[in-house]
Design a protein around this ligand. Structure first.
Ligand SMILES: *Cc1c(COP(=O)(O)O)cnc(C)c1O
Length: 382
């Protein structure tokens, strides 16, 4: 049975391993080397380890298989995004979601400030707005889609926005960090490149920073991948082999982690909708991230997101949990909670009383008890 016919759950376990032969190790070793023995004419082989490393190749084989393309590992998720943005012609137009990972919006703002790109920020869920932004003169060169968006959990109709971008000749990069290839495979919707912060679900244990870019197995995809490879090598945007090995080890359990954390998240979203301290729950119905807005208690003005009491109460929730870890980042086995607007870089249309929950794989009842106790306390301690 060809590997491509294995289910994705199986591919996460089986791809990127050494060949099955007597005496071979079952895992790709960590190759710690800066250079390789010369191979004669100097043109063949990898030569120097900024160009390639067998541990990277094993990870790239596994992630590429899961996304249905060919992968390149990068030093971080942001390094992979920067590599794609370097592909935009100088002064070119990038259409991007106005709610997106704050590192992405920050990088776009930096590039726009120097004139390297022009940015048109859109609500990706509003197809008419996306179409207009893509088609306005001069037409867009790149559409960045992030879906669900961080931290507002807006879900784009990827197939539709990708087609709209292609209609004006723009490339499409999809940040698939939140969904993982088990829940969404943007290359099958026509995306030109998928990137991940492998720091999050792919590695899954909050112990590495790593990125990956995946291009389709077509001539155009291979040409883009070659350019991204040149960028990775010449800018030195390379990961350490140990980080990549850890990510590959973490990837082996992706299916069980995504399933368990997703089940936990769905159950928590339901219960949170009933909790009096929570004025709004954002949850797309799948995945492991839930965003909630916290009320400021009986005296607060209902529905006012920036209500100072709501912010105070949201901070109190983060301070009171004992199991949920108050930290930035997401996608680990451990549940994490954060008020996103504590970062000045977060977009101001994200409500100040919004908490992003990255639901982990702990027992549901322990997560609920810890969170609901903290929510209750947040309403009474002032
Ligand atoms: C964390 C994150 C990134 C950035 O990845 P790093 O590995 O931290 O560089 C990009 N996109 C999304 C959606 C993220 O959550």
């Amino acid at each position: 049975m060809p590997e491509q016919q294995w289910s994705l759950d199986t591919q996460a376990v089986a791809l990127g391993r050494p060949a099955h032969s007597a005496g071979a190790p079952v895992n790709e070793p960590v190759t710690l080397t800066s250079t390789y023995h010369a191979d004669g004419d100097g043109d063949g082989g990898v030569g120097y380890a900024r160009v390639g490393n067998p541990t990277w190749t094993a990870f790239e084989t596994a992630v590429g298989g899961l996304e249905g393309g060919e992968a390149l590992a990068f030093a971080s998720g942001l390094a992979s995004i920067a590599a794609v943005l370097a592909h935009v012609p100088h002064g070119g137009v990038v259409v991007a979601p106005h709610h997106a990972y704050s590192g992405t919006t920050g990088l776009l703002a930096d590039l726009a400030a120097t004139g390297a790109v022009q940015v048109r920020a859109v609500d990706l869920t509003d197809v008419a707005v996306v179409r207009a932004a893509l088609a306005a003169e001069p037409a867009a060169d790149l559409l960045i889609a992030e879906s669900p968006t961080n931290p507002m959990l807006e879900v784009a109709d990827l197939h539709v926005v990708i087609d709209a971008a292609h209609a004006v000749g723009a490339l499409v990069m999809v940040d698939n960090t939140f969904a993982t290839p088990l829940l969404q495979r943007p290359l099958t919707d026509g995306a030109d490149v998928v990137i991940h912060s492998a720091t999050k679900y792919l590695s899954g244990h909050s112990d590495v920073i790593l990125g990956v870019a995946v291009t389709p197995p077509t001539d155009a995809g291979r040409a883009l991948r070659a350019q991204l490879h040149v960028h990775r090598t010449s800018r030195g945007a390379i990961p350490g082999p140990m980080e990549v090995w850890l990510a590959l080890r973490g990837l082996r359990t992706l299916a069980v982690r995504v399933e368990r954390s997703g089940t936990n998240a769905a159950a928590l979203a339901d219960r949170l909708r009933q909790h009096p301290a929570v004025s709004r729950v954002r949850y797309p119905g799948w995945g492991s991230i839930v965003a909630i807005e916290i009320t400021g208690g009986a005296e607060s003005t209902a529905g006012r997101g920036d209500d100072a009491r709501g912010v105070e109460a949201a901070e109190a929730v983060c301070a009171a949990t004992r199991l949920w870890i108050h930290s930035t980042s997401l996608g680990g086995v451990e549940s994490q909670i954060e008020r996103r607007r504590r970062h000045t870089a977060e977009v101001v249309s994200v409500p100040a009383n919004l908490l992003r929950l990255s639901v982990g794989i702990e027992a549901l009842e322990d997560l609920w008890r810890d969170l609901s106790d903290a929510l209750d306390a947040s309403q009474s301690t002032r």
